[in-house]
Design a protein around this ligand. Structure first.
Ligand code: NI
Length: 262
């Protein structure tokens, strides 16, 4: 169990505080998570507007960093002009990754697969050229995601909100990627992700909220926020039978290492 008197430091490796659901109380929520021990947040853009807002947040709050990129849902919007704007944003000290990028075959209304793959490849190439890590979104597209990862051996990053098998996780880890664990690991019916957490070495795991989504138990279904990561840390320590402090220290080291934050 978590000793509530002992405050733990938290680094959220994937958040969306630019999301509309924070419009009413964004500033208050950010000051609240800070007083609850959150020492770092990687805010990930999904659209070009989201990327701009992520950079704004990172410039406003010193414990915020930004990832800039176009999510597969908006892959059809990635033209040369947008790609160039992402490249320009990435020259900021506070932009530490390209993301979130990737493939999402779950929703039928998403852009056609070829358009998604094209946008994914263009942004992987940008990350390679800029020597930045990537934040990958993969939903129901494990095989194509892995194939594109293989095309860019110089690029590493994180496969966020990991939903694949142990075998797929091993393939990603072998190529230098981290595996992002959300509140899904705390859900009653979760099996696959628990097997993944068991198998993947602690030095390849990251913890993330993906807030406002994916709130862990006991907040499942509610709006998520970075300090809830303590429930994910608790679950990982239970699965791996390790001290929670050890899990916490290592996962903070992992994200700082990936984002080159000393
Ligand atoms: Ni996300």
């Amino acid at each position: 169990m978590i000793n509530n008197e002992k405050s733990i430091e938290i680094f959220d490796s994937h958040a969306h505080y630019d999301d509309d659901s924070f419009n009413e109380d964004r500033e208050a929520t950010i000051s609240n998570i800070k007083s609850n021990g959150v020492i770092g947040v990687l805010n990930c853009g999904s659209s070009i507007e989201g990327a701009r807002k992520s950079l704004e947040l990172a410039e406003k709050y010193d414990f915020f960093y930004a990832a800039v990129g176009i999510h597969p849902e908006f892959a059809h919007k990635l033209d040369d002009e947008i790609l160039n704007e992402i490249k320009n944003m990435a020259s900021s000290e506070k932009v530490r990754a390209i993301g979130e990028i990737g493939l999402d075959y779950y929703y039928e209304e998403n852009p056609p697969r070829d358009i998604q793959k094209n946008a994914f490849r263009k942004q992987m190439a940008l990350a390679r050229d800029l020597k930045l890590p990537v934040v990958i979104h993969d939903r129901d597209a494990h095989e194509d995601t892995l194939n594109i990862i293989k095309e860019f051996p110089e690029v590493t990053g994180v496969v966020h909100c990991f939903s694949g098998s142990v075998e797929f996780a091993r393939e990603c880890v072998k190529r230098g990627y981290y595996i992002g664990i959300t509140g899904v690991v705390t859900f009653k019916n979760s099996k696959k992700i628990i097997e993944v957490v068991k198998d993947v070495p602690l030095d390849r795991l990251l913890v993330e909220t993906d807030c406002p989504y994916m709130a862990p138990t006991p907040y499942r279904g509610k709006r998520n926020q970075s300090d809830y990561i303590k429930y994910i840390l608790e679950k990982i320590s239970e699965i791996k039978d390790l001290d929670i402090e050890k899990v916490n220290c290592q996962t903070i080291y992992n994200i700082k290492n990936l984002l080159k934050i000393i």
